[in-house]
Ligand binder design. Structure first.
Ligand SMILES: [Zn+2]
Length: 100
């Protein structure tokens, strides 16, 4: 027969989670916080619903840090950011001595 969880289990977990999330929210607002899954920076004005406090995939009792909610797609996000970064670069001027 399995023992029921202590009645305050959810309340305790919830409080710790909320506290940690609040701490991260504060840090995100200051800027420079990245999603631990894809490494993309979380915008300082990101809505609460767009990020989650991520758990370690192997150990659900551990927090890894903020991550994009709605399932962070690492490869898609990486590609998008690479394209964005490339867009900021000026095209390499063609060397006058190089023939096409
Ligand atoms: Zn992400």
């Amino acid at each position: 027969m399995s023992r029921p969880l202590p009645p305050d289990h959810n309340a305790r977990y919830g409080a710790a989670h909320r506290r940690l999330r609040g701490m991260w929210k504060h840090r995100i607002k200051q800027g420079g916080v990245t999603c631990w899954r894809c490494g993309e920076q979380l915008p300082a004005d990101i809505p609460d619903s767009a990020w989650d406090l991520g758990h370690d995939d192997k150990d659900r009792s551990k927090y890894r840090g903020p991550e994009h909610s709605a399932g962070c797609n690492r490869s898609a996000a990486g590609k998008a950011s690479a394209l964005k970064r490339r867009g900021h670069l000026r095209p390499t001027p063609r060397h006058p001595g190089v023939l096409p």
